[in-house]
Design a binder for this molecule. Structure first.
Ligand code: ADP
Length: 410
């Protein structure tokens, strides 16, 4: 259309045989043909010697009255040419048409090529999509399905879950958290079972004594001295049982937050003097020194009964896990409003990999170690709950074979 109307403009401006020949010459070697006619449809010039098939497209009859450029045939799939007609009329009176014939072969080739390219692009996209799908399913879906299966196992009470490491992204973190949850649950389950076994043992042993000695004490003919001895053993074992049950109840109450802390100000010295008097005999028995290091007039803001419970538990551990003839130091100082209380012993210490667990309910380092020393893994759990009920913190520094320091900020 553009070339045709260009030719027409040139022809109107320089109408002559030479101009027509030039127009025809320009189109001779290309994909296009041009035919110039007069208004009677007689061919004046043509770029093709033997116009043959082109002839039937030359406008006749009603078409002859065309007065604007027009596409006469546009069906590139059905016809060998796309044809446009461009009417001209010059001042000297001559008029007619420039007819442009664009061969459709090149368009077909182009479309063929395009089809091929689109086909190739389609196949490549499919392959790429399949690859992306496979990758996504490997990196996204499959780990997700694994995690879902793992959580289902957990909810059924089976904590034996093993998720592979899948990286440090969000998915990897989620997988890591599920694995940690499973490990923690597994450990809690074992701890609970061990604790129940240990409670059964702790309660069972004194009960055996109680029953045994009661029967013996009831026997006729037992003299008064022996009976008293048996009764004192019964009383001692009952006390042990009472203490254990009390500790268990304390822990249960603390877990449910059903106890209160009523803070007051009190002097450090007298408070610790009372405690030292209480524990003194047991320390003496093990030939352990017990020292208080603090300024005279320091005051602590805490619940004295609860703090006593905390200190007694820490001293009890220091006593249990100290080597004979060493010392246990209690230091008290102030930083701002907070009191810092530390209990240091020079005993067997705690393995570094166990330190993070010792405050957990029922956790005992080396079960045999605690059993020989009478522990059941409740003391530090109670201490931690009590310290936290004061909005305080507790930390431990320990090295195996050298001793431990428990520090409370309260
Ligand atoms: P237990 O009644 O068994 O002593 P705790 O909760 O008081 O239970 O302590 C937990 C574990 O921490 C104990 O099994 C013990 O091995 C360890 N532990 C606590 N205090 C000390 C300490 N001062 N020195 C060495 N080990 C300690």
């Amino acid at each position: 259309m553009a070339t045709g109307s260009n030719h027409r403009d040139v022809l109107i401006e320089y109408y002559s045989d030479t101009t027509m020949k030039h127009i025809v010459l320009m189109e001779q070697d290309g994909e296009r043909e041009v035919i110039i006619t007069d208004n009677q449809s007689n061919i004046i010039q043509s770029s093709k010697e033997n116009i043959g098939v082109l002839e039937k497209y030359i406008p006749t009859g009603t078409d002859i009255n065309l007065n604007t450029d027009k596409i006469l045939a546009s069906d590139w799939e059905g016809l060998p040419y796309i044809i446009s007609a461009h009417p001209y009329k010059v001042d000297s009176g001559q008029s007619g048409y420039i007819l442009m014939f664009q061969s459709t072969r090149s368009i077909e080739q182009l479309v063929g090529k395009l089809n091929l390219y689109f086909g190739l692009a389609g196949v490549t996209s499919m392959v790429a999509l399949l690859l992306i799908y496979a990758t996504l399913s490997k990196f996204l879906t499959r780990p997700l399905i694994r995690m879902k299966e793992a959580t289902e196992k957990l909810s059924e009470g089976n904590f034996n879950v093993s998720l592979p490491f899948i990286g440090n992204d969000e998915l990897g973190e989620l997988s890591g958290s599920i694995q940690k949850l499973a490990n923690d649950l597994e450990r809690l389950k074992t701890e609970r079972n061990e604790f129940l076994a240990s409670i059964a043992h702790e309660l069972g042993t004194p009960l055996t004594y109680l029953i045994g000695y009661t029967k013996v004490a009831m026997r006729p003919g037992v003299n008064e001295k022996d009976r008293k001895h048996y009764l004192s053993i019964i009383a001692e074992e009952s006390d042990r049982m009472k203490e254990l049950v009390k500790n268990l109840l304390d822990l249960a109450r603390m877990d449910e937050n059903t106890f209160t802390v009523s803070k007051e100000y009190f002097k450090v010295r007298p408070f610790f003097d009372d405690i030292f008097q209480l524990v003194g005999p047991s320390f003496n028995m093990k030939k352990l020194g017990l020292e208080l290091i603090c300024e005279e007039d320091i005051e602590i803001h805490a619940d004295p009964l609860r703090l006593e419970q905390i200190i007694l538990n820490l001293l009890d551990n220091a006593l249990k896990y100290s080597t004979e003839k060493s010392i246990v130091e209690v230091k008290v100082s102030k930083t701002g409003d907070m009191s810092v209380i530390s209990v240091t012993d020079f005993g067997i210490g705690i393995p570094s990999e166990e330190i993070e667990f010792i405050f957990e309910n029922l956790y005992r380092v080396e079960k045999s170690r605690s059993r020989t020393s009478g522990g059941s893994g409740i003391g530090l759990a109670i201490v931690k709950e009590l310290v936290e009920a004061h909005d305080g913190t507790i930390e431990v520094e320990s090295s195996l074979g050298r001793g431990s320091t428990f520090t409370i900020m309260i």
